[in-house]
Design a protein around this ligand. Structure first.
Ligand SMILES: *Cc1c(COP(=O)(O)O)cnc(C)c1O
Length: 362
């Protein structure tokens, strides 16, 4: 038998989440974000499951080309644009759209003789990562519109805090800043990530940019994915490969971090941080074993982790364990590991085999 650690990718959940996204933003076009290997879910089958989208966005040029070569005719937007004039030529060849966020890119464009590149011009409204300041924006816009190589310009920004609850000053400030700058221009606009799509419909504009919600995780701490009618697309599962019986005072794993206070039955699960399970997940991080809720014990190792079977009925060798996904929201594991669902999904290791399904049944 091969190592039992698998990631089940539920393609029907991806399609479902896309249609839920459309219900949240019925008047906008959807630019589905599939960066980082589709948040760890795998590029091409995710694109296939999301083919009803209006566009794709990512930031790896190789993956964008792969998508084009696989026959997708959607707009494909590169979220960090191009990094050299050599890359710019590939944008033209493969008809890729580019986020322009830096004057170096504007300079590269001005040397470019080829016509018809579609761009998303990024404005820094307060996140202070990428984009032109409100003062630079009109100058850059004029420069770009006088450039024959530009086909169409969409104005965009990105929110730092769209996930906070209503009455959120940072979000409002960014939104007002963007509106003030762009109202004088009759250009299409794009602002909303998943959190803004759900919580701030006033930001939907022409293109929304859903990421995490497509994968069935909640962008909020105060709402679960199922509250939002989203279904988890990735289920990380493995099984029990050893059972140990601890006496009071025995410990488990590296550092002996967990010590039994009574006799216990524990299971060793074939999943560790080299599979993408977070090492920072504390004792008591929830898991499902035989569809019963249990918890991790001690430190996660590279290839294994320990779970409590003391209260689990009929727990035996080879029993299935769900680390996250169906029945066990990835947000809960992220919370226990002081991180966010995004990081866990993206960090799924390449050594974990992906099994494509149309609804997870494990
Ligand atoms: C990743 C990304 C998104 C998607 O964000 P989610 O929170 O996953 O919805 C949207 N816009 C940009 C510019 C991004 O980089």
């Amino acid at each position: 038998m091969p190592r039992p650690t698998k990631a089940y990718i539920d393609l029907s959940a991806l399609t479902h989440n896309l249609s839920v996204t459309r219900q949240y933003a019925p008047h906008a076009r959807l630019m589905s974000i599939i960066k980082a290997d589709a948040y760890g879910h795998g590029l091409l089958h995710t694109a296939q499951a999301l083919k009803q989208t209006d566009g794709f966005a990512l930031l790896e040029l190789g993956a964008a080309i792969e998508l084009r070569e696989a026959g997708y005719h959607h707009p494909i937007l590169l979220l960090e644009g191009f990094f050299s004039t050599k890359e710019l030529a590939l944008f033209k060849q493969y008809q890729l759209s580019a986020v322009i966020h830096h004057s170096e890119q504007v300079a590269m464009l001005s040397t470019c003789k080829q016509p018809a590149l579609e761009i998303f011009l990024k404005i820094n409204t307060g996140m202070n990562r990428l984009g032109f300041s409100p003062e630079q924006f009109p100058i850059v816009f004029d420069k770009l519109t006088s450039n024959q190589t530009i086909n169409k310009i969409t104005l965009m920004t990105h929110f730092a805090n769209a996930d906070d609850t209503i009455g959120n000053q940072s979000f409002l400030k960014q939104f007002q800043c963007f509106n003030k700058i762009t109202s004088a221009y009759n250009q299409p606009t794009s602002l909303a990530n998943s959190a803004a799509i759900i919580r701030h419909p006033e930001t939907h504009a022409d293109w929304v940019r859903p990421g995490i919600m497509l994968y069935g995780a909640s962008p909020f701490t105060d709402k679960t994915a199922s509250d939002l009618n989203l279904k988890p697309a990735m289920t990380l599962a493995s099984s029990i490969i050893a059972i140990q019986h601890l006496k009071r005072g025995d410990s488990v794993g590296y550092g002996g971090v967990f010590k039994a206070e009574k006799s216990m039955k524990i299971g060793i699960v074939a999943c560790g941080y080299a599979d993408g399970y977070p090492r920072h997940a504390r004792t008591n991080t929830p898991v499902l074993v035989n569809n019963q809720r249990s918890r991790t014990l001690g430190l996660v190792s590279m290839d294994m982790l320990a779970i409590d079977l003391t209260e689990v009925e009929n727990a035996q060798l080879n029993n299935p364990v769900i680390l996250w996904g169906k029945g066990m929201p990835v947000e809960k594991i992220a919370y226990a590991a002081d991180t966010i669902s995004y990081e866990l999904l993206c960090a799924l290791s390449s050594r974990v085999e992906k099994i494509l399904t149309n609804a997870v049944e494990i």
